[in-house]
Design a protein around this ligand. Structure first.
Ligand SMILES: Nc1ncnc2c1ncn2[C@@H]1O[C@H](COP(=O)(O)OP(=O)(O)O)[C@@H](O)[C@H]1O
Ligand SMILES: [Mg+2]
Length: 198
């Protein structure tokens, strides 16, 4: 596999999409092949199914169906071509939201994920960390999705879950203080990326 797989993680409102776009542009300007993608919706558009009173298990399996297609049809082919793949969310989102947030057992999530992802893990994961109060304030004007309707306690569990995942894999995760300006966060992302650039 010749490419580099980068992911952005964090609560909604933490700045993932903003930073992913800037990162993709930065890499393209350096003449690198870039594939900017996202979950959910990178493989199968499952968002319309994630409505109503779904069990956490069904929720996880829908995200996993999307992820299985995303890995096979988008991420792996781009990596084979030597691209930098920048994904706005990936497996860590499920571990944080369905695991730490909804309370599904992590060993089951990981067992399913191993098969779903064919074992593919990012080279680097940028975790945009900020307090849930600030994340909710930023998305205040945006249409609320099923997670945004959850209470603060849910988002606190998700945030702590992400931080726990980062402590478990310090070599893969870069934890960024996402309360800083867009430019400062992007600067730190680029600094950490230097070692992976040709
Ligand atoms: N560092 C930042 N400081 C202040 N506002 C930000 C910052 N990064 C992003 N935003 C704003 O916060 C909102 C959510 O950003 P977005 O990139 O869509 O986050 P996400 O994709 O993680 O939900 C947007 O209105 C965006 O312009
Ligand atoms: Mg986004």
């Amino acid at each position: 596999m010749k490419g580099v797989f980068l992911t952005l993680e964090g609560l909604d409102g933490s700045g993932k999409s903003t930073q992913a776009r800037l990162l993709a542009r930065f890499l393209e300007e350096r003449g690198l092949k870039v594939r900017l993608t996202r979950e959910p919706g990178g493989g199968i558009e499952v968002r319309s199914l994630l409505r109503g009173d779904l069990s956490p298990e069904a929720e996880y399996l829908l995200f996993s169906a999307d992820r299985a297609e995303h890995v096979r049809k988008v991420i792996l082919p781009a990596l084979e071509e030597g691209a930098f793949v920048v994904s706005d969310r990936y497996l860590d989102s499920s571990l944080a939201y369905q695991g730490y947030g909804r309370g599904l057992p992590l060993p089951w999530l990981e067992e399913v994920a191993e098969r779903v992802t064919l074992g593919l893990r990012p080279h680097l994961t940028f975790l945009l960390d900020l307090p849930p109060e600030e994340a909710l304030r930023r998305i205040g004007k945006r249409a609320k999705d099923r997670f945004e309707e959850e209470g603060l306690a849910f988002f606190r569990r998700v945030r702590e879950g992400y931080l726990h995942l980062a402590r478990l894999e310090p070599g893969r995760f870069v934890v960024l203080d996402a309360t800083r300006s867009v430019g400062e966060v992007q600067g730190e992302i680029r600094t950490h990326l230097k070692a992976l650039l040709p």
